[in-house]
Design a protein around this ligand. Structure first.
Ligand code: ADP
Ligand code: MG
Length: 591
């Protein structure tokens, strides 16, 4: 979450009280001289430091649960800037009204706070511990879910931490701490159900000490006489750095042997976030060709195409069974069709990313089959069309951000997709999208920036950039164009792109007519682009338009696209009223 005061010239960031007083002294000690600094104790809070009658006054400003800011006992304001503006008109309980901002001397930037970096570390640690992720999977998880994870971290994170043991007795806590090694600083946190409070149990010198954790009326946690925190997780993090009244600081978590698992709608909670082969045991068996007797094929059809159909199934691995989608070639298949599928398999074989449908392998039996991870939510366009009344714009931004991350990965690996469209984005669930259908995809040579098709084929022209149609040149930049069309489809809730309103000549005529391929080309050549979908935010339409930059040299790549949509996604996901975990549209629309 960005610092809401970062842009204010009289904001000093994380400086001590004495330093604030120094600045005020240097600026002349006039009545109403003021500055703003970060509060070191509450997450997202500030302190207003000011002068009146040659005396210093410091007023803590709290960020409340609904995202507003207030001085204790004062009115709530939507941001620190608005708060200062209010108090410059009316003292409303302060020593005097704010009169003159004490601006930072030139060249002095706001001091970054302990919690700024701590929050990032907290999110990282939380993701690592909760989902046991490492490497790229960890980085992707942090990028894709930062706003949600920050919220979890802020409120319920302790429930998922290994040091949290839930409602166990003092005796049971001692038993757990005394079992195994007993290094100084080994600790756990437990809940005392009787009065909904908590206790911290800590080993020091082979002895267990217990501390009550107070929970005051304003909801803050502290050990008796200690610093107060908004969350238990912050308290624990702080006590790892400083004993703050404990006999020793916290060091090593005593892991809860029966960690309760909670299901939430985050990609990392699903079984398809990491590759089934990320487990080294399973990797031992990884081969392109799968054994037929490890594959069970259901009669249920998930979809169909020219090649044949996609069926549901189960694949038996060494340690687990996984749900799969199986692309089955029509039985009387010719060699060329088989080759096509093998090419698709060769491409998918080289890809491993949480936002791309992974291939498990191919199986040659009654017919040639491509076995993939299951994305049971089906294609994005169909999903959105059927759930128009329930899906919020921020949900769509979240999904399109995930698609941009998958595409950024493809771009980095030098692959072109060539068929990116909402129909080829499959959902694992409402909050998790994966790119699929690599039937037209190509791996570029190390020195090539595009693929040149010798002849035109059955191409999805409405999704293709001008250089694809005119020169048969395909690059990540032309995938960006398709990404723009996919965005348009998503924000239109699965509408088909490029339709024109009919002139009302005849009474019983469809109001819209589909443009044909050549019409679309001349539409684009005339400099025209599709309109902004009804419920699409202006920022997202601006991004689509960037994706539809005529010249590929001037079009942004996926690194830039992902960055733009990420910033926008974080900015809306951080607002409580737009939070991705606040219900559906109907609820959001209530007064
Ligand atoms: P085509 O090349 O014919 O477009 P696709 O790979 O797009 O083939 O698959 C066709 C349909 O099969 C999809 O629209 C979808 O409904 C279903 N399907 C494909 N792959 C999966 C999968 N991994 N999980 C679930 N459904 C899938
Ligand atoms: Mg398809």
């Amino acid at each position: 979450m960005p610092d809401a005061a970062a842009h204010l010239p009289f904001y000093y960031g994380s400086i001590a009280r004495s330093e604030a007083e120094e600045h005020l002294k240097l600026a002349g000690m006039a009545d109403g001289l003021f500055l703003l600094r970060q509060c070191l104790r509450s997450l997202g809070g500030y302190v207003l430091s000011m002068v009146c009658d040659l005396q210093f006054y410091h007023y803590p400003i709290e960020r409340q649960l609904n995202g507003t800011y207030a001085i204790l006992g004062g009115k709530a304001h939507c941001g620190p800037e608005e708060l200062c503006e209010f108090y410059s008109k009316d003292a409303d309980g302060l020593c005097c009204p704010l009169r003159k901002p004490c601006n930072r001397p030139s060249g002095v930037e706001p001091q970054p706070g302990v919690f700024d970096s701590m929050r990032d570390n907290m999110v990282r640690e939380y993701v690592r511990q909760t989902w046991k992720l490492e490497g790229d999977a960890l980085e992707q998880a942090i990028i894709s879910q930062a706003p949600q994870v920050e919220k979890l971290v802020a409120t319920t994170a302790h429930e998922r931490m290994s040091w949290y043991h839930g409602n166990i007795s003092r005796e049971e806590a001692e038993r757990r701490l005394y079992s195994g090694a007993q290094p100084d600083g080994k600790f756990l946190l437990r809940e005392k159900k009787e009065n909904r409070s908590y206790a911290l149990s800590l080993v020091y010198g082979k002895t267990v000490y217990h501390y009550r954790v107070d929970h005051d009326k304003s909801g803050k946690y502290s050990i008796p006489e200690g610093t107060k925190f908004d969350t238990l997780w912050q308290l624990v993090e702080y006590l790892k750095l400083k004993p703050d009244g404990l006999i020793f600081y916290l060091r090593e978590a005593c892991p809860n042997p029966n960690m309760p698992g909670k299901s939430r709608l985050l990609p990392m909670d699903t079984s398809v976030y990491e590759s089934p082969y990320s487990d080294p045991e399973e990797l031992k068996d990884k081969k392109l060709f799968l054994k037929r007797d490890h594959l069970m094929i259901d009669e249920v059809e998930l979809g169909a195409g020219n090649f044949g159909c996609v069926k549901k199934g189960v694949y038996k691995m060494r340690k687990k069974q996984i749900d799969v989608a199986i692309k089955v070639l029509k039985s009387n298949n010719e060699k060329t069709v088989k080759d096509e599928m093998m090419k698709e398999a060769q491409i998918m074989h080289q890809l491993d990313n949480p936002y791309i449908v992974r291939m498990i392998g191919v199986c040659e039996a009654e017919s040639l089959m491509l076995v993939m991870e299951m994305a049971s939510g089906g294609p994005l366009n169909r999903f959105l069309a059927s759930k128009k009344d329930e899906i919020t714009t921020s949900n769509i931004v979240e999904l399109m951000h995930q698609v941009s991350m998958g595409m950024k990965y493809l771009e980095e690996k030098n692959f072109v997709h060539r068929d990116l469209a909402a129909r080829n984005v499959l959902l694992v669930n409402q909050h998790y999208a994966k790119i699929s259908d690599f039937g037209l995809s190509k791996a570029l040579g190390a020195d090539d920036s595009y693929y040149k098709a010798r002849t035109a084929g059955k191409w999805p022209l409405k999704w293709y950039a001008p250089e694809c149609i005119l020169f048969h040149k395909f690059s990540s930049k032309s995938d960006v164009w398709s990404y723009g069309v996919t965005m348009w489809e998503a924000f239109s809730f699965g509408q088909k792109p490029y339709k024109v309103r009919q002139k009302p000549y005849k009474v019983r005529q469809e109001p819209y007519k589909k443009m044909k391929g050549p019409e679309v080309i001349s539409f684009i050549e005339q400099g025209k682009r599709m309109d902004c979908p009804q419920e699409c935010p202006a920022e997202m339409y601006a991004l689509m338009q960037q994706c539809w930059t005529y010249r590929w040299e001037e079009r942004p790549g996926f690194v830039a696209v992902e960055n733009i949509i990420r910033s926008y996604y974080y900015s809306i996901a951080a607002k409580p009223e737009n939070g991705p975990d606040t219900g559906d549209k109907a609820k959001a629309a209530l007064p």
